[in-house]
Design a binder for this molecule. Sequence first.
Ligand SMILES: [Zn+2]
Length: 179
Amino acid sequence: MPTPTTVAIAAGWLAEEPPLPDRCVKHGEPAVRRATFAVRSHPRTSSRKRAFQPGYTSLNRAEEYACQVKLVKVSGWPLCRSCVRRRTIASTLAGVLFFGGVLAMIAGLVAGAVDDGPNHLPLVPILLGLAAVLLSPLPLRRAGLPRLARAAATADGSAVQVTDVSPAFTAQLPARGLA
Ligand SMILES: [Zn+2]
């Protein structure tokens, strides 16, 4: 097993929208699609202790987070066939969960309206449908572009750090693109 490699790409270089390698980060396979998205940093907000101080509200916390989070735009990120497939499966799954859930809720409501006896069964499809709708964003989050790209911005926003990079991707990065 090769050791996991991390590469830091300079944000200034990315801002020039240079041609990025034509191999995907994860599989090292040829790119079949290019994607543009924003990579964010993951700032550490104040410790829990401070959150319980009087006068320090969750609004302060959200504000602090918003000030600290840095966004770096990435254009033309390579995605290989497997990466694209993974995204397609995720969005299909999300769609099935969402619309299946909505249909189950409608079916439960209709069944409840038709049957006016003391029957609590329609509650089951309604609750299952609601659960499916609430869970539907999960597969999308798992196959989100920053996640797929294994990328996160550094705390100061000066670079995009990519973890576990395929050597095929790194080999095509010019020296001046490295942070
Ligand atoms: Zn891939």
